[in-house]
Design a protein around this ligand. Structure first.
Ligand code: URA
Length: 233
């Protein structure tokens, strides 16, 4: 997109104002002054106006490494929320796609795109979530078989969808499920007579938690990561 159009569509400034600002060295592209109003801005370039990064309006997709103690809600009277960890404008438009409990850590996706959110949370879309689960007691073979078969949780009409387990230690597994019922992982292990002592989400669909993100840190999803969710029908 042409630089003058890029700036006028992403801000309240008129095309005339924008041209003046560009010519008078207020605009940087990837850190370098750009005085050309017809400069073509590509997707991977950063545009700054008077020191502020200017982005095109459009859906936003973030991944966050959730620490313990934060709730996956937009507002909460008692606890800090995952949204509090974001330094972004218009935070009231953001929603959490697939909640984690207050004591669960790991990957949380946040967006202002409702359809994309639905593709993650709807059981019909079969979007797999992988958890690293640490348990109080060792896991037996029967539990592995029962999880693959589906577990009848109290208060639910149907059994859970098949879940797969990869054993890491006798009391630690990588569990993959494709639903997100309330406290699902904890309830599944409770139904098997065990108890979750630590829970961490590693991935949602093809999106893995970025190992460079420390707890409490976040970043935008790449276009490939965001599209990996919406590609399914
Ligand atoms: N299942 C749970 O029990 N808790 C979570 O936070 C996520 C999945």
């Amino acid at each position: 997109m042409r630089l003058d159009k890029y700036l006028s569509s992403a801000t309240d400034l008129s095309r005339t104002d924008v041209k003046y600002l560009i010519r008078n060295k207020h605009v940087l592209i990837d850190g370098e002054i750009c005085k050309s109003i017809s400069f073509h801005v590509s997707d991977d370039q950063t545009v700054e106006l008077d020191g502020e990064v200017i982005e095109q309006p459009g859906p936003r997709y973030f991944m966050l490494h959730k620490p313990k103690g934060y709730v996956c809600a937009t507002k909460d009277s008692e606890h800090p929320t995952v949204i509090d960890l974001l330094d972004e404008p218009n935070k009231e438009k953001l929603q959490v796609a697939g909640r984690l409990d207050i004591d669960t850590t790991g990957l949380v996706l946040i967006t202002d795109d409702g359809q994309w959110n639905h593709a993650i949370t709807s059981p019909k879309r079969d979007c797999k979530k992988q958890y690293h689960v640490t348990l109080i007691s060792n896991i037996d073979e029967q539990t592995v078989a029962d999880f693959e078969e589906g577990i009848q949780l109290r208060g639910e009409e149907r059994k859970t969808l098949p879940a797969t387990m990869e054993m890491l230690y006798k009391n630690e597994v990588l569990l993959t499920i494709s639903e997100g019922k309330y406290h699902q992982v904890k309830r599944m292990f409770a139904a098997a007579g065990n108890k979750v002592s630590d829970l961490h989400r590693k991935s949602i669909g093809a999106i893995d938690l970025d190992p460079d993100l420390n707890e409490g840190e976040y970043r935008r999803l790449t276009a490939t990561e965001a599209q990996s969710i919406s590609e399914k029908p």
